[in-house]
Design a protein around this ligand. Structure first.
Ligand code: ATP
Length: 622
């Protein structure tokens, strides 16, 4: 077993608080510098603002919040169908809604917008409207006067507030308050011996699970405090978690399942749903996949039996909201606001009751790590907390559900050998100043890139983890390199993919040198393949991009290769191009989009390419 590395819990929390502060400052600085240095038009082009909107309606949303529906102003819209232009707003974005400055506004006027109008959260984005739930309660809604408004994205500090709150709780905890679970998580105690679990062949819900998956499940069931499931790419980590949850239900355990992103959680909800078990998904419906909405707590609070008590008040609030817009006299408006305030209070009380009933009845509750710190879960008791994609979450994020609910055991699933969460403060050139009150309590060398998964492995060694070893995605030759370099050669390719080639796809594909080989290298050394740094170009184009790299000749090569694949019959939608740099994404997009448009004559093409600008730590897979 690796040497145990014990750290003091208050020092850990203090260090995390300082690192989180630096990270938030970095994010804030970035947003603020963009807002200050850009014109409204540049902000729109950069996907940070949406102008030319009118208030379409105003109604009561969750928690009694005022929700604004904003649509395009037909007087200036270029769309005949009333659609919004392409924009970068997404559900969950923190935004400011304010009266719009003139198109010719100077940068300084954009800066003034930081404090104008109302702040809120985008709750829904549709083709023809954007919905924003306002934070404040009593002010006049921006746009209520009929004036044109715009929506500007702000830095999101909400998640930081929650992480900080929990880190402060940990910082102040007295040692006699540490549960045995917390003590294990900090290496003050070793984990209890793992109980032998035997599951008869007919008790597996999915009998096709492979041996490493079954072993990981038995291990996670038999562990008392912690269990790590290490799932390299395509090894069925989520598949395994589904069976684990179902086996835990058979043991009558109550489980909270979390992930760092909505998509990671929805992925599990989608796969659990067919098993018809009582599950509830926390989180705003606007941020959830449509296929999981039936399990959303917010939808259930409107449709379930428990929801009836909330309906009447909501109706009354909506009609009051509508009446405000028609009322011209200030006195009357103030009176309606007063009544709304009372109704909102009543609404919240009833909603709380309804939510309490629904959550209390669910054996499996699913939420993002941030959502795991929501009011609905305060002090709820869970036998197990499972965190999926744990290697992509900040450790402080993982502590949100652990400290907020009463958790007794933790199962982490992830791959610590893939990229850690993206951190801005560690590679930002303009590093924020360290807080003044830095004390000797700071643990040297600790960074936000060290995840809970990493830390637990370094404290307790590999005995607390089980690795999934059969992968179901890659041809054996593609798998060989990551397997040998990162996973000690332990990966095995499943029969179905072991020798799978492009030419064997279920539709007709010509046998060419590109379709009979699973892995091809193009050597660009020595040619005219010079690399450019995006910053040089930025100033000229006024683009809002950080430092990035591009190589035009390599983009041409990618285009050529994609072309030969399509010529051989591979469908464009079956081809993905991946690059680590945003600037290169832009190049490749411009080449390949134009080209596909040309050969297929199609109107729309979905390009699903993501760029990532982090330097890759040694020993991690990208
Ligand atoms: N025992 C199994 N038998 C057959 N197919 C399996 C098995 N386990 C997983 N798969 C298949 O392997 C693929 C990957 O599974 P899954 O998405 O659960 O993996 P993952 O490790 O969570 O993936 P990621 O690499 O995205 O983290 C899926 O298509 C799944 O159906």
């Amino acid at each position: 077993m690796a040497p145990r590395e014990v750290i003091s819990i208050p020092s850990f929390a203090t260090t995390q608080l300082s690192l989180l502060d630096a990270e938030l400052q970095s994010e804030m600085q970035e947003t603020s510098s963009v807002l200050t240095n850009s014109t409204p038009t540049a902000l729109f082009r950069a996907g940070l603002a949406l102008p030319n909107l009118l208030l379409v309606s105003q109604r009561t949303g969750l928690g009694g919040k005022t929700v604004l529906e904003l649509g395009p102003d037909p007087a200036v819209s270029s769309s005949a169908d009333g659609d919004l232009p392409e924009h970068g707003l997404r559900a969950g974005d923190i935004v400011r809604v304010a009266e719009q400055p003139a198109g010719s506004a100077k940068k300084r006027e954009t800066k003034a917008l930081e404090d104008a109008g109302g702040r809120g959260v985008v709750t829904r984005v549709a083709r023809n409207c954007v919905l924003v739930a306002l934070d404040g309660e009593d002010e006049d809604a921006p746009g209520a006067s009929g004036k044109r408004v715009w929506v500007v994205k702000l830095a999101n500090d909400v998640t930081y507030k929650r992480m900080n709150l929990n880190m402060m709780k940990l910082q102040k905890m007295k040692s006699e308050e540490y549960s045995s679970f917390v003590r294990v998580l900090f290496g003050l105690t070793t984990p209890s011996p793992v109980e032998e679990i035997s599951i008869p062949p007919d008790a597996w819900v999915d009998p096709s699970l492979n041996e490493s998956q079954k072993d990981a499940i038995r291990f996670a069931l038999g562990s008392r405090e912690i269990a790590l499931i290490h799932g390299p790419p395509g090894t069925g980590k989520t598949h395994t978690l589904i069976e684990l949850i179902l086996q835990m239900l058979k043991q009558n355990l109550r489980v909270l399942v979390c992930g760092p992103s909505n998509i990671s959680v929805d992925n599990i909800v989608e796969r659990l749903a067919p098993h018809k078990i009582p599950i509830v998904r926390l989180g705003h419906p606007a941020r959830l996949l449509p296929s999981v909405l039936n399990h959303s707590l917010d939808v259930l609070t409107q449709t379930s039996e428990a929801a009836a008590i909330v309906k009447d008040v909501r109706k009354e609030m909506d009609s009051k909201q509508a009446s405000i817009r028609k009322t011209k006299s200030g006195r009357e408006r103030r009176a309606v606001y007063g009544e709304l305030k009372e109704l909102r209070k009543e609404f919240r009380e009833r909603e709380k009751k309804c939510v309490g009933t629904l959550v209390g009845q669910s054996k499996v509750v699913l939420a993002t790590l941030h959502g795991g710190g929501g009011l609905q879960l305060k002090d709820e008791k869970f036998d197990v907390v499972i965190i999926d994609e744990a290697s992509q979450a900040l450790e402080a994020q993982c502590w949100v559900p652990l400290l907020w609910t009463r958790a007794e055991k933790l199962v982490l699933a992830g791959d610590h050998l893939q990229l850690p969460p993206t951190i801005k403060s560690s590679n930002s050139k303009s590093k924020p100043a360290k807080p003044k009150d830095i004390s000797e309590d700071i643990i040297p060398g600790m960074t936000l890139e060290t995840t809970l998964f990493d830390r637990l492995l370094s404290i307790h060694g590999p005995d607390i983890k089980r690795m999934l070893t059969t992968q179901y995605r890659m041809h054996e030759k593609i798998m060989r390199f990551p397997s040998d370099e990162l996973y000690e050669g332990k990966l095995v390719a499943a029969e179905a993919v072991k020798e799978r080639l492009l030419k064997d796809l279920e539709y007709s594909i010509e046998e060419t040198e590109d379709t009979i080989e699973p892995l091809i290298f193009w050597d660009t050394q020595g040619g005219e393949f010079s690399e450019k740094s995006e910053e040089e170009d930025d100033a000229a184009k006024g683009k809002l991009m950080g430092e990035s790299k591009s190589n035009e000749m390599e983009a041409v090569l990618v285009k050529k290769h994609v072309q030969s694949l399509v010529d051989a019959g591979v469908k464009p939608e079956d081809i993905a191009v991946v690059t680590p740099y945003n600037a290169q994404v832009t190049f490749i997009c411009s080449y390949t989009c134009m080209w596909i448009f040309w050969i297929k004559g199609i109107q729309h093409i979905n390009v699903a390419i993501e760029g990532r600008e982090t330097a890759q730590p040694a020993g991690r897979a990208g």
